[in-house]
Design a protein around this ligand. Sequence first.
Ligand SMILES: Cc1cc2nc3c(=O)[nH]c(=O)nc-3n(C[C@H](O)[C@H](O)[C@H](O)COP(=O)(O)O)c2cc1C
Length: 180
Amino acid sequence: MDVYDAITKRRTVYSFLAKEVSEDIILKLIDSAVRSPTAGGIREYEFIIVTNPALKLEISKISLTPHIDSAPLIIVVICDKSKMDAIFDKEDSETFCVENAALAIENLLLVASSYGLGSAWIATLQQDEIKKTLAIPEKYKVRGIIPIGYIKEEGEVKPIGPKADLSKIVHIEKFNSNAD
Ligand SMILES: Cc1cc2nc3c(=O)[nH]c(=O)nc-3n(C[C@H](O)[C@H](O)[C@H](O)COP(=O)(O)O)c2cc1C
């Protein structure tokens, strides 16, 4: 599958089949994530791969997202902002941490899509509770919870739809009002 196909087929999925994702694919997902560009060449994020059913259920509860424990794995992306603070000022450090993680997560979601896997990016979560549940050290921040698995089509799955009216958001040469 080419990149554009993977992009157009990707959609947020919350319900998954009880089918394992192979270790090879999991490694590809992580490998693709760490190949994204990074501000300052610093890769301050890390991954926790959760397959334990009790932990997945706990994550689902804490993130207020039912069903995601049906995923065979949940990848939790965390970042150590102190690595950025050592190089950048506070504002850039904050921004770059978010941007680096976002790029890594997007790579991961797209490669998952290329393997016919569904995923979701869950960002609304209670940091302290997730950190406690997964024994994540204090200095880390959780950037995303990514359930991944084969799509249960009759489950909770967002439809693939047109993303945007390009005529309203693309400006040619200079900003214009894109008046209707
Ligand atoms: C930064 C970010 C945070 C998100 N957080 C959540 C979330 O907390 N809970 C959730 O159900 N979906 C979350 N999503 C998924 C979006 O709701 C979803 O991408 C959007 O509705 C578009 O649907 P699509 O991914 O199928 O195109 C998040 C997506 C992004 C990019």
